[in-house]
Design a protein around this ligand. Structure first.
Ligand code: ADP
Length: 270
């Protein structure tokens, strides 16, 4: 009879333990599957430029006598290597942003400067497409954070607006303050984004039009980076868009109440 008692007492404990274990396992399996997906996606995305670079190097060797052909292949080689560089940079940036608390040494950031820096870095590609970037508005209060990351986020939005817009159109960058938040909007007259894809474009490597994204030098990681920069700042990114009418992306970032107070918001008294 001793055995029976033991069975009765062990069974519930074991069941509970198994349930706990099962919960942990689901979490671990979920995390592993997200990581595996990312690795699979990264490998797939890297294969294209790496393969092209190999083939182009062979083509150059084979065309050694033909100067025009060499020049043509070399130009394409250059383009593929630029694409590979951009991809590797974005993968590294995104991996860093996915870690906890990247903005540990934040400070008061003047968003007016962030806007002029992000816009300046897109002036050349915009001019070469005859696109006018028009900036409007100013903020009076700073936000807490990392200026370089905020520039990266806004630069990505302006870069997308310029890349996806037809020649000779206008890109507007506006800023306003509302309820303790600074809102920076980037508006374009591009193709717009279908409503059922507006959530998905923030996922890694999700593109509405893959050929167009690649052709214009997109890595498919830009908006994912923007989303992570915003969550590191306690802010968010949103999109309004209508196919055929253009898109507006908005960054909302909490402002510092007292410009002299550069302590992390929510960490008062520490
Ligand atoms: P990509 O490098 O492909 O541009 P992103 O993460 O920046 O990657 O954007 C994801 C996708 O969202 C793009 O491939 C494109 O289809 C769509 N998209 C982003 N910004 C715009 C925009 N301003 N106008 C139209 N489509 C856009």
């Amino acid at each position: 009879t001793g055995t029976v008692v033991l069975d009765v007492r062990v069974a519930p404990i074991a069941e509970e333990y198994i349930l706990l274990l099962a919960d942990d396992q689901t979490e671990i399996v979920r995390a592993q599957s997200i990581r595996n997906d990312f690795v699979a996606n990264v490998s797939h995305e890297l294969k294209t430029p790496v393969g092209a670079i190999g083939l182009l190097a062979e083509a150059i060797e084979g065309a050694a006598e033909d100067e025009d052909a060499v020049r043509h292949f070399a130009a394409r080689l250059h383009k593929e290597s630029a694409r590979l560089t951009a991809l590797v940079q974005d993968i590294i940036e995104l991996s860093r942003l996915q870690g906890a608390d990247v903005v540990t040494e934040g400070r008061a950031v003047d968003l007016n400067r962030v806007i002029s820096d992000a816009v300046d870095r897109n002036r050349f590609p915009a001019e070469s497409k005859g696109i006018d970037i028009v900036v409007g508005g100013r903020v009076t209060r700073p936000v807490f954070g990392d200026a370089d990351l905020l520039i990266t986020a806004l630069r990505n939005l302006v870069d997308n607006a310029v890349r996806y817009s037809p020649e000779g159109t206008r890109v507007g960058v506006g800023v306003r303050e509302r309820d303790g938040m600074a809102q920076i909007s980037v508006t374009d007259q591009g193709p717009g984004i279908p409503e059922d894809e507006q959530d998905r474009i923030f996922e890694r490597f999700y593109r509405v039009d893959t050929a167009r994204s690649r052709q214009t030098g997109g890595t498919g990681l830009g908006l994912s980076i923007v989303k992570h920069v915003m969550s590191q700042h306690g802010g968010e990114v949103s999109v309004w868009s209508q196919p055929g009418r253009g898109s507006t992306f908005t960054l909302s970032i909490p402002q510092l109440e007292d410009p002299d107070d550069v302590a992390e918001p929510g960490a008062e008294g520490t």
